[in-house]
Design a protein around this ligand. Sequence first.
Ligand code: NOJ
Ligand code: CA
Length: 565
Amino acid sequence: MYRYTLGSALLFVLLSSSAWPQKETLDAEGHPWWKHAVFYEIYPRSFADSNNDGIGDLPGINSKLDYLHWLGADAIWIAPMFPSPQVDWGYDVSDFYNVNPDYGTLKDMDELLAQGKKKDIRVLLDFVMTYTSDQNKWFQEAKSSKTNPKRDWFIWHDGKGAGQPPNNWTSNFGGSAWKYSPETSQWYYHYFYPPQPNLNWRNPEVEKNMFDVTRWWYKRGVAGFRLDAVDVMYVDSQLKDNPVVGIEKNAFGDPVENEINDKNQPELHGVLQRLRKVADEYNAVLIGETWTSDIDQLKAYYGAHNDEVNMPMNFMFANVNKLSPPDFRKQIQWVEGSGGWPVYVLSNHDIRRVYDRYGDGQHNDQIAKLMASLYLTLRGTAVMYYGEEIGMENNDPKRPEDVKDSMGKAGWPTQKGRDGERTPMQWTAGTNAGFSSVTPWLPVDERYKTYNVESEKKDPNSILNYYQRLLSLRHTNPALLDGNYTALNESDPNVLSYSRSYKGKSILVVLNMSGAAQKVSLNLAESGVFSKKAKTLLSSFAAPDQVDTSVISLEPFGAWVGETE
Ligand code: NOJ
Ligand code: CA
């Protein structure tokens, strides 16, 4: 079944042999591929180093596709791999149409796309659409004179007075969000680092040129984009000051502002709708870096007619920073009721790793399996972060001189930055965890001798093998793919339970979020299930094959997944 009629763009795609997408096949429920896919985020600098210069690269990623396929990843999202001065480790793009030489060449990218196609792993890139690097030729032109044709591609204004920026907006990385440009005696706006000037999306030329960037990559074969920092794409057209809240300062020593004028401006939804139309022509998928503070904001990103971001990541779920069944229940219920397809994520290159965020220092391996069992059995799409499947933990810098992330440099010691969650992937127990034969750009976590792919593959009880079994179950069980979600035992403060039912079959998921053993009697009538017998499909502890659902015994932090009989 084709989702679209044969418009000219699709015809082009079908005729050109190397380009994706292929035909879209929908499942019995009308779901496109990405609704059942497991996405896996790769931080390219830290995944695998093919030429031993201490920096991960595209051929390195390519060499690990078989591993990813074995694990059960269907798509990878590669954090920015474009040419960049690396002020913000790739999120400062100097050329949207190329590959950073640190990571390889366009040919390497084509090879990765071709191998991905063969091995059933789609490749998504990061679309850094809100700003460029100050080294980007667009900005270089824009800053040269007030009359340059590209001037209005960025946001410029006179200062309020000598040495004073146009308004009080602060940068997310500290200090004023405006930088003085002596060439023209005006200030330009940057929500993030000064070398990341924001694009002016009110200018239709910007929209046209940026949309063309996506078309160019779609034609090369990328299956979609993760959209970076969409909430700060637009600012108030009058550049009104933000209200300052209280007298406290933030980690950078700046006043705390209520960001009503530099965030979440209504115009951004129009752009997302138009960008989606382009993506749809290529059968591509858009994942949103959509930070939201309530469910209505998240709903808005799906679009009133599900016509904006296919997969707005739900960071409110990841923000539940404790093992709290009531808090997770509330979050799941919210997104279940949103009308959009849920997208779950627990960590990424900006969020501390799951292993130590939820770990209690004693049962971390159990807790890692517990958290995997939660977000990989819910109805929706999951986005994993590399290394989570082997229990990698944050390896934060110990000394200010070691910090690589400018956020950590500016905020030390209150804000140590994000290096800790970006350290090299641990492949073996050998030198530098098998990532590289030379010292890597960030230090390998010292626990790598135990926590690495090669060793964990051999241990049936490892976190890695647990992930692999869980992902395999998720890919093959119709109730996990398409079943509805029903919360069970909703007043239990320690154990989070739910069912996923599809065509008379029910999967039961029972997760002990406490450090004490628990006995649970599932109240199944609520979900229309009458059998009391269940078969164990997966558990993080030694559970019997057959279980009576009126007395399920769980070890501390134990996870159990079963099927009713
Ligand atoms: C969002 C990216 O995820 C983050 O790593 C980056 O620092 C900011 N955008 C600013 O570029
Ligand atoms: Ca390399």
